[in-house]
Design a protein around this ligand. Structure first.
Ligand SMILES: N=CN[C@@H](CCC(=O)O)C(=O)O
Ligand SMILES: [Zn+2]
Length: 424
């Protein structure tokens, strides 16, 4: 029997239509397609049609009785939000480092002394598959409650083949069990393990010769990411790692120019990365090269906020013609949050993005940054019915009332998974 759903009479349906073939750039980022008094007809988990409430009501009147009806009066409807950069699967927290940073220690100093990524690596190595699964599942539940229906998830706290595979296997299991879609990234190149600090080349070789082929062979990841930063991986090492991934079918991504300018944006363009993420310190040449090569910029304002750093120059990047997505960068060290709506607030207030641009950046452009724009990121016929309903009267209110969770309802592939702000 066909499963039907009718979401009716929303104050505004923000469809994001028209950007599925390529990410929205420059002024296209403001074209979010708003339908007043809009409704959506869904069958078997797919969007059949969006349109004015009275028209759809008339068209589907003979089937209305069989449909699950969701009244969105007074609310707004958007595509399910997409978080294109998370370190979802990890063990433990690092509030001790937060306290140290508040007293003046820097993120890189803490990492250099064996804390930071290394601290989470120790905790993650120690954790069993089941423990990691439970911790990560809780985070996914919170993502869902904040309106997110797809996340990218990186490994990178294992740093040995065994533990990297464990992280990726946890993500794979969660993809099967949880309603959020998870797209996995191998990030063995997140840090050089502490005990190999003096011989990073050996670790790079192991990444290239052992880990990447094994991850690819087991089909545990779509993307291959590198932390290209002074004191972590050089641009030269990063290039070798990303090129090796490409040979095994893994698409490059880069943590680029986060702490200092390090030619990460340039490298993203050179290797044809799908995205370059962070970009706080990206050079003008790097940004230009990204625009020419069509690399999406994933900006992580939560990280700048939490590290008390200067925010990425979003306006300059947008005006250069780079498509922008926004993400939480969910991780225990530099961005311990799951709130993509808060990233929208920060996008507007700290990076001079407009309310329209931040919506584009957390839906269709985020989908492009992780290669799922054919299925998600907009409310268009044929796409998965991944939908978020916010209890706000218009989309402007989402980036105006900050630090609040406005999510009322989440639909994942046509199934109501959050109702009245609670998990179903
Ligand atoms: N910068 C590198 N990786 C993460 C932080 C990871 C951590 O501190 O645990 C990031 O994207 O911010
Ligand atoms: Zn990250």
């Amino acid at each position: 029997m066909v499963q039907r759903m009718f979401i009716s009479n929303a104050n505004q349906v923000i469809t994001m239509a028209g950007h599925s073939d390529k990410p929205a750039k420059k002024e296209e980022m403001s074209k979010i397609s708003i339908m007043e008094h809009g409704s959506i007809w869904i069958e078997d988990g797919r969007i059949v049609e969006t349109g004015p409430d009275d028209e759809l009501r008339e068209k589907y009147k003979s089937q209305l009785e069989d449909a699950q009806q969701i009244d969105a009066s007074g609310k707004i409807v958007t595509p399910g939000l997409i978080d294109p950069h998370t370190h979802l699967v990890h063990a433990g927290t690092r509030e001790n480092e937060y306290a140290m940073r508040l007293k003046g220690k820097t993120y890189m100093e803490i990492m250099g002394a064996g804390g930071g990524i290394h601290a989470t690596t120790r905790a993650t190595q120690k954790a069993s598959h089941e423990e990691l699964y439970e911790e990560s599942k809780k985070r996914l539940d919170k993502f869902l409650l904040h309106g997110v229906t797809t996340v990218e998830a990186k490994s990178g706290y294992g740093l040995t083949l065994e533990h990297e595979l464990k992280q990726l296997e946890v993500a794979k299991q969660l993809q099967k069990d949880h309603s959020i879609d998870i797209i996995s990234t191998f990030m063995g190149a997140h840090a050089v393990p502490m005990d190999e600090k003096d011989n990073p080349e050996k670790f790079v070789t192991r990444l290239i010769e052992e880990m990447i082929p094994e991850v690819a062979e087991r089909k545990l990841a779509v993307f291959n990411d590198v932390f290209c930063e002074r004191g972590v991986f050089t641009p030269k090492q990063s290039k070798r790692i990303l090129e090796a991934g490409k040979k095994h079918g893994l698409i490059p991504k880069i943590h680029a120019d986060e702490i200092e300018p390090y030619a990460g944006a340039e490298l993203a363009a050179e290797v044809g990365a799908i995205s370059a993420d962070h970009l706080l310190k990206a050079s003008d040449e790097g940004i230009k090269a990204m625009a020419e090569r069509g690399v999406t910029g994933v900006l992580l304002p939560g990280t700048a906020f939490f590290l008390m750093a200067e925010f990425a120059p979003a306006r300059k990047i947008i005006e250069a013609g780079v498509a922008i997505a926004l993400s939480t960068d969910q991780n225990p060290g530099s961005s311990p949050t799951i709130s993509l709506p808060f990233m929208m607030n920060l996008g507007c207030l700290k990076m001079e993005m407009t309310p329209e641009e931040v919506l584009t950046a957390t839906t269709i452009n985020a989908a492009h940054a992780i290669g799922c724009a054919d299925e998600a990121g907009s409310l268009e016929a044929g796409k998965k019915a991944d939908i978020t309903i916010f209890d706000v009267p218009n989309y402007l209110t989402l980036s105006y009332q900050y630090g609040m969770n406005h999510v009322d309802t989440v639909i994942k592939a046509g199934k109501q998974v959050v109702a009245g702000g609670r998990l179903q």
